[in-house]
Design a protein around this ligand. Sequence first.
Ligand SMILES: Cc1cc2nc3c(=O)[nH]c(=O)nc-3n(C[C@H](O)[C@H](O)[C@H](O)COP(=O)(O)O)c2cc1C
Length: 573
Amino acid sequence: MRIRRCAVVYFEPREQVEFDLAELLGGGDGLHRERRWLALAPHLGTEVEVDGDERELLGVLSPGQWIEADSIGADGGTLARLLRVGLLVSDAPEHAAMRERDESLRRTYWHPLAATLHAFTRWSGVDTVQNQKDSGTETAVAMRQVLGAPPVEAARRVGDDARVHLPRIAPTSFDDLLARRATCRNFDASRTLPFDVFAQVLQRVFAAQAEVRVTEDTVFLKKNVPSGGGLHPMECYLIVQHVDGVAPGLYHYQAQEHALEALPAPPKPLREFVMDMVAQQHWFADAHVVVMLSPRFDRTFWKYRHHAKGYRVVALEGGHLSQTLYLAATDAGLGAFITGAINEVELEQAFGLDPIHQGALAICGFGWRGPVMETAELDPAERVWQRAEGEPAAGVDKLGKPRIAYGQAQGGPRTVPGDSTMRFLVFAVLALASFGACAGDGMPKSLDIPAIVQQQKQIQADIIAERGHYKDLPAAKRTEVLSRQATMLQLLDGKTTDKQLSADERVDVFNTLEWIEVAINQESDDERMVCRREKPLGSTRTVRTCRTVADEREAKERARQELDGNNNRQMIR
Ligand SMILES: Cc1cc2nc3c(=O)[nH]c(=O)nc-3n(C[C@H](O)[C@H](O)[C@H](O)COP(=O)(O)O)c2cc1C
């Protein structure tokens, strides 16, 4: 049998300290200290305690050169144990599994320190919420008490006089988008995410936008994020919970085909599984879509072989993807998050990944924000959430404090949290410009016809040219927007004021604008306002009522239930 040492192993002389009453009573400091040698070998992923003889033997043997086992005169027991735990490898069939782990690591070209860091910082079964409770660091105030003051929030390197102040440039819509990005810890599981919105976020963040085919087997992708070496090692795995038209479960996202690949179900109910994956951070458990950022290390290390910076480059890419995800979600009117507090071992098992080749780097997610902030979010400028009357001011000292009841920034009939829809809401609001006041039912008192016509023509031109915001609009939606616009523009042709429209026509124009707004923002139709002119039962007078689609559905459902209830009562009688 020929043997050699495994490719990578580090030794740690570890001291374990425990309280010891006998020690204290004997006049000591009450602490029992025990030192032991631990072998950290990344192909194993678990620490192995070794004794002096084992450590010495590992130090003598080459990791590259095979030698006959009986040529080294080593103790048989020592040799057998090191082979059994995989710190030594042999060409004997009974050691084939350990040899394969070792060779797998060699084939992946890890930098040895990076491989060790990666292998031994993975969690399994960690409850980070309980850990925070146990350490008394649940809130910012508690953290200050337990940990003392943190280093200053932003460094200053020169005296006040020496600082060159820069101009603050007037904000654009991009600043507005950035300002509305806040880590979401309050998801609304009662509301499903439209399929198109789900697809749009994935397309913007993870899809290949173009490719360069160097040879048939060497292809470089172009994506919306930078990537070390242009290699884009990051795979996107999904836990889909509440998306229209997508069965809840685990998926792999195929970046070139912009397609989902269904994977076997996890070993427990989905929400419970998500809770375990995010180390019991319940504030993320209801996210409509949970994304595991999963780098294929072998892709990056193919170029950066044993490179000291390779692992860092991969980790940095996770940040780029996360920020792009936050912005894509914010732009779609959704909340997003990232967490590094994840149980990697269970993630690898559920998604069938070998951590030597492919890791679990972080978990992100996105979805609708809930109506009430139950877990604190950092929004001191109130760009996402608005304090309800009489609520205490949002402040950093509230961080982590549960159950602060806030209303939402964007009140009125729309229940979407204050978010990116604002930008395109402006469109409708502008279109209905100069309405100043609403008639109490949500519909403006007057319609600014020239402004509407001008804006619709602009949107029409942009849609036809597939420009800007409209280039991602699905083809079917684009066609329908253009068709409804055309009908409306025909009606408005030659008119300068809404006095030239009948009451019904005014309602039609309003409804069409509402419909277009929802369509181009790719929002849920539930929020769309619909006005009707109808005669209430028993009345001869026509009145106008305006309700959201969701409210209308609810009213219909209530009416149906009432009818059912009556039927039931009749049947009982
Ligand atoms: C790499 C990374 C890891 C994070 N991990 C967690 C986490 O485990 N739990 C959590 O609630 N937030 C997590 N966050 C979110 C931060 O707490 C949040 O970004 C920070 O409080 C600032 O708030 P903002 O994102 O709303 O500006 C993480 C953020 C980053 C960038």
